[in-house]
Write a protein that binds this ligand. Sequence first.
Ligand code: IPD
Ligand code: CA
Length: 261
Amino acid sequence: MNATLDLDRAMHTAKEAAQAAAEASLRYWKTGLQIERKADNSPVTQGDKAAEAAILDVIRRDFPEHSILAEESGRDDKDSPYRWIIDPIDGTRGFTRGGQFWGALVGLEGPGGILAGAMALPALGDLYWAARGLGCFHNGERVQINQDPGSIAEATLSLGELSYLLRAPWQAPVLELIQEAELARCYGDLKGPALLLSGMADAWLEAGVQPWDLGPIPILIEEAGGVCTAFSGQATIHDQTALAAPKALHALLLARLQNQA
Ligand code: IPD
Ligand code: CA
């Protein structure tokens, strides 16, 4: 069991793994891929499998003692406080249709939450990475999310999967927020938090997601100056929801979601 961790090394491993996934999946993009259906009827392709294999190669080379939870190949449990959370292609549906908003999510979970991670949007040439206390970066430039807009009325919201966000118990507060906000955008998948990280939105709301759909997002947002929790307010990727924003706006949105305001 390895209780100490070099965060800088973990961040660079996450970055290299996301880059390797990007290269692997791009080889299959727009190639008329065959789509298989998983047990839950969601799609998977050779692109997803090749990208996951590329990520696993990098992580097992650098941290063979760590556990893994990967969307396509499942769990590999070790006696370790650290676990890599992997989605080789978040946005497989868009990937199969030649869209641009898809890519790899690689996060390292440890004591106290997500410690390091990376996110790649290969079709856009975007790569984000971060680690606790070391900052968040986009293609080599330090990332800082927007200043707090001060009110919901002045905020642009980035919304994720509407079929979950517009379902009880979130439907009423989410509809209210959409109407009150300055703008509400709905790009979905990993492009949702990317809008916040790139300054094109002030907050991101997502629901109906698995841990691997969120892996590195909390550490990217936190290191860019924001707050990222579940709709419960807990800092976890295991609650199927995510709310990210600058601190004051996050508190306003959380209160609405919890029907406290
Ligand atoms: C999907 C995305 C999407 C969510 C779906 C997931 P995938 O992930 O995260 O936002 O609404 O439920 O299946 O399958 O493209 O990795
Ligand atoms: Ca996926």
